[in-house]
Ligand binder design. Structure first.
Ligand code: SF4
Ligand code: SF4
Ligand code: SF4
Length: 320
């Protein structure tokens, strides 16, 4: 029988975030949400897609000559390529001739065995600090069968496994992957379901239900849950919303850590590389020392006194 494949848009190596120690991060393509601030827009669509980096482009015009579909033209004012992505048939003909590597196709199919082999290449780096593999995206659970089998193979081989998820999936799919993880990072993007839907495209009922159940069941198989609140200025960082989110987290079993994530706009240029506009281009990045973030941090500590509360997306410690 042919082994199932998943579409992956990146494999990041030697990262020191999203799990303890040095991590290999596998990014799954496709997400059922559409968060306005998504910093990984290459992960939104499950389909492969052309990516063009306008900042590298020298305007040489070679891609316009190579493409039979007429997707590329050089703008008279900027002297950079303008791409009509809707015409692209992903033939790839324009990619090798681009002398500055400005063009690529995002999305490659991997079996679970191939992903396990990719993760185990970095085994030597995992020894220090309990490093390992983290599945991220997009939303890993849209391709849960391959994700689950990948982590089963990694765990069988003694590699530490973590996952980042929106939690927007049937419980069985979530559990099939989470049960192999030492840490599952789950986002709580807004505590109010109507506002959650406005910001992400989906209500939060299923996510909260899964969060409650995961916090209850994961410690039973040796894992922990870290709940992340991405704080987007003017969208979900008011005291009332954050306070209510912290109150919800304080009632979850086994006291999950609550991690407040300051907003950053690092994903903005990626939208341009896909020929799309970033909805939050007016919002500025925030630093950990921002006074409002410090107030929210204090508020969460007060509201969830039994939970460890952290601020910033720094490296995390190995599970004790
Ligand atoms: S081939 Fe590359 S550098 Fe030349 S116009 Fe196209 S994208 Fe720009
Ligand atoms: S991948 Fe093919 S169709 Fe798409 S822009 Fe390049 S040459 Fe044209
Ligand atoms: S859940 Fe994550 S990957 Fe999906 S749209 Fe939101 S931020 Fe992007």
């Amino acid at each position: 029988m042919t082994e199932k494949t998943a579409v992956i848009f990146d494999i990041g190596r030697y990262r020191n975030a999203d799990g303890p120690g040095i991590r290999t991060i596998i990014f799954f393509k496709g997400c059922p949400l559409g968060c306005k601030w998504c910093c990984n827009p290459f992960g939104l669509s499950k389909r492969k897609q052309l990516i063009v980096n306008p900042f590298k482009c020298t305007g040489c015009g070679t891609c316009a000559e190579e493409c039979q579909q007429g997707c590329n033209a050089i703008a008279a004012d900027t002297h950079r390529v303008v791409v009509d992505f809707s015409k692209c048939i992903l033939c790839g003909a324009c990619i090798p001739p681009c002398g500055v590597n400005a063009r690529s196709i995002s999305g490659e199919e991997y079996t679970a065995h191939a992903l396990y082999r990719e993760a185990s290449k970095d085994r030597a780096f995992y020894r220090r600090g309990g490093g390992g593999v983290t599945l991220s995206g997009g939303e890993v659970l849209m391709q849960w069968e391959v994700a689950s089998e990948t982590l089963r193979l990694c765990r069988q081989d003694g590699l530490d496994c973590c996952m980042e998820t929106s939690g927007y999936a049937p419980w069985d799919h979530l559990w099939a992957v989470a049960k192999y993880c030492s840490t599952v990072f789950m986002d709580l993007k807004h505590i109010d379901s109507r506002k959650h839907e406005e910001l992400t495209g989906v209500p939060n009922g299923l996510i909260l239900e899964n969060m409650e159940r995961l916090c209850k069941e994961l410690p039973g198989v040796g894992g922990r849950v870290i709940i992340r609140l991405p704080l987007v200025p003017g969208y979900n960082d008011d005291e009332d919303s954050v306070g209510r989110a912290a109150a919800f987290v304080s009632k979850l079993e086994h006291c999950p850590e609550l991690n407040l994530l300051p907003y950053h706009d690092l994903g903005e240029t990626k939208y341009e590389m896909m020929g799309q506009e970033y909805a939050l281009s007016h919002v500025e990045s925030r630093k950990k020392l921002d006074p409002h973030l410090q107030e929210l941090y204090a508020l969460c500590q007060l509201t969830a006194p039994d939970n460890r509360v952290s601020l910033g997306g720094d490296a995390i410690a190995q599970k004790g």
